[in-house]
Write a protein that binds this ligand. Structure first.
Ligand SMILES: Cc1cc2nc3c(=O)[nH]c(=O)nc-3n(C[C@H](O)[C@H](O)[C@H](O)COP(=O)(O)OP(=O)(O)OC[C@H]3O[C@@H](n4cnc5c(N)ncnc54)[C@H](O)[C@@H]3O)c2cc1C
Length: 442
């Protein structure tokens, strides 16, 4: 079977890998000159196994209201009259009830646990794949008792919820561990300074989580795919899908028509633009985020000044991870359409959070460009889980598959999502796809 994978981000490349392993003839198309150059390029580096949660949460509406106006806030809603954004927003708000939050969190946890297993198998199958993988875990630190208490209750809730349900045992076996502020320093000595300054009240440790470099992973896996016979067509822009009756026959590109027996849509935030060419309206919007990559001074490296674990600052909503001898910090949710420009104030605000927790990093550079700022567009669904697998029957189209809408968790969920979608294309859909299929919005 000839399968066309549209997009060579972390999602498209992992999909190509699993499809090829199943024996499919795979071609991957991307407009960039190499894999992983858009949202999969300089993300936060967290593999958030054991702590994959939706943004649509009971506290989210209030956070939206209180933060939306500030230029250095972790969240920015540009006031725009965009009916799609407002429709998406209404769906997002409907998913903020405790019941919906819990259901969506369960879907994400299950997919993340599957992804962790798949990544483990992939690493065993391809030991040459190097991506600065650090399996020591991720520590969420809290600055206020109010948020810490709320999150402790959430963890207790999740454990009792999971323990009672067959098939969801992964999380119950591997819950986040509640730590006091002193325990946090024990787990991550680089937090000593912040603890002494009274900046942290406690933490949650996800021991199954890990960190690494998503771009290196995507690039390395693409090389493995190439050696296994996957064809990559870089520098080729897809303009539309071609549909004849109930089937997609291929994709129109700037380089001409590419024919296929099946097409997997893995264009990240751009998936809705191409899906629309065959009348499919996907509930995905781009949500811009930033990262900075801070050089680590000699002094900080030699002491305990730089974190070894992945860190999430719960209140400031910034993730941090050691990546290739530097410290990556990422955050911000900006609802600004497809604009990818970098606002230096936002990049600096993220860097300041890292420096506030880890002052031994030394003073931040004066020039914003020395922070190595980067911006990417998270492909966000309103409820959190991605869109995987075939279209609902009402579309009457059987050979277009989705692997898109992974929002803030694309790298975490990549291997599990790709394996599920490859199985689907190969004729073995999952037993219960309800939480991740497009049909949930139909
Ligand atoms: C600031 C930030 C921090 C993040 N931190 C984390 C984290 O710590 N952990 C985590 O798991 N996730 C994180 N994410 C999310 C994660 O990076 C994304 O979910 C993931 O990269 C999405 O991958 P993708 O392959 O779907 O999209 P992309 O990587 O964007 O790939 C889509 C590809 O499609 C191509 N394309 C688009 N349109 C066309 C077209 N018309 N023709 C041809 N090619 C096209 C693009 O060139 C691109 O290569 C973060 C995201 C951001 C923005």
């Amino acid at each position: 079977m000839k399968v066309l994978v549209l997009g060579a981000g972390v999602i498209g490349v992992t999909t190509a890998h699993y499809l090829r392993r199943q024996g499919a003839e795979v071609t991957v198309v991307d407009r960039q000159p190499a894999p992983g150059l858009e949202t999969s390029f300089a993300n936060g580096g967290h593999l958030s196994f054991g702590q994959a949660l939706p943004w649509a949460a009971p506290e989210a509406p209030l956070q939206l209201l209180t933060m939306a106006g500030r230029r250095d806030a972790p969240l920015r809603l540009a006031a725009r009259w965009d009916p799609e954004l407002w429709r998406w927003g209404a769906k997002f708000l409907r998913n903020c009830t405790p019941g919906r939050y819990r259901a969506n969190a369960n879907v994400l946890r299950k997919l993340a646990a599957h992804s962790r297993t798949c990544l483990g198998e992939l690493m065993a199958h391809a030991p040459a794949l190097k991506f600065d993988y650090q399996p020591q875990g991720v520590l969420t630190v809290f600055r206020t008792s109010r948020v810490f208490d709320r999150e402790k209750a959430r963890v207790a809730d999740a454990i009792s919820d999971q323990a009672g349900k067959a098939g969801n045992a992964d999380h119950a076996q591997d819950p986040e561990r509640v730590l006091t502020a002193n325990d946090c320093v024990h787990a991550e000595p680089a937090l000593g300074h912040a603890r002494r300054a009274g900046k942290i009240v406690g933490g949650l440790l996800a021991a199954s989580a890990a960190t690494g470099d998503a771009h290196q992973f995507t690039h390395g896996l693409a090389e493995i795919c190439k050696n296994a016979g996957v064809e990559f067509r870089f520098g080729v822009t897809v303009t539309r899908l071609r549909r004849v009756g109930g089937a997609i026959t291929g994709a129109e590109t700037a380089d001409g028509f590419m024919e296929a027996d099946a097409v997997v849509l893995a264009l990240g935030s751009h998936s809705p633009l191409i899906a629309r060419t065959v009348g499919v309206v996907l509930p995905i919007i781009p949500v811009k985020g930033y990262s900075v990559t801070l050089a680590i001074s000699g002094e900080a490296t030699s002491g305990d000044g730089v974190p070894r674990l992945g860190i999430l600052d719960a209140e400031r909503k910034v993730v941090m991870a050691p990546v290739d001898g530097a410290l990556r910090a990422a955050g911000t949710a900006e609802f600004a359409g497809y604009d990818q420009s970098i606002d230096p104030i936002r990049a600096q605000a993220i860097a300041r959070v890292a420096q506030d927790l880890f002052p031994e990093l030394g003073p931040l550079p004066d020039a914003p460009s020395d922070l190595n700022p980067w911006a990417g567009l998270r492909p966000m669904t309103p409820d959190g889980p991605p869109l995987l697998g075939s279209l609902p029957a009402s579309y009457g189209c059987t050979n277009l598959y989705l692997n898109t809408g992974h929002g803030p968790l694309g790298w975490t969920l990549a291997c599990g999502s790709a394996k599920l979608v490859a199985d689907w294309v190969g004729g073995s859909p999952p037993d219960d796809p309800s939480g991740t299929s497009f049909a949930r919005f139909a």
